[in-house]
Design a protein around this ligand. Structure first.
Ligand SMILES: [Zn+2]
Length: 77
């Protein structure tokens, strides 16, 4: 599925992600919880976890496309 990101306006990258994920997290009361997420919710959480790990959607693009986007973005500013 094509994915965009507010960190990279006007950029869309085709990214393969798991359709279903199992997540363990702490709620605001620091109580540990678990759940299974599917489809778009699973995609959004994987995208957000990538951000926490310093990964952007551009990191999934082939090198040639990354270079083209780099040039395009430099021309904007
Ligand atoms: Zn993002």
């Amino acid at each position: 599925m094509e994915e965009g990101c507010l960190s990279l306006p006007d950029t869309w990258i085709n990214i393969k992600r798991k359709q279903s994920i199992f997540v363990r997290y702490m709620d605001r009361n620091e109580k540990e919880k678990e759940c299974e997420l599917n489809k778009l919710t699973a995609r959004v959480i994987q995208h957000k976890i990538d951000h926490l790990n310093g990964v952007l959607i551009i990191d999934y693009a082939p090198l040639v496309d990354r270079l083209k986007l780099n040039v395009k973005n430099r021309l904007k500013y």
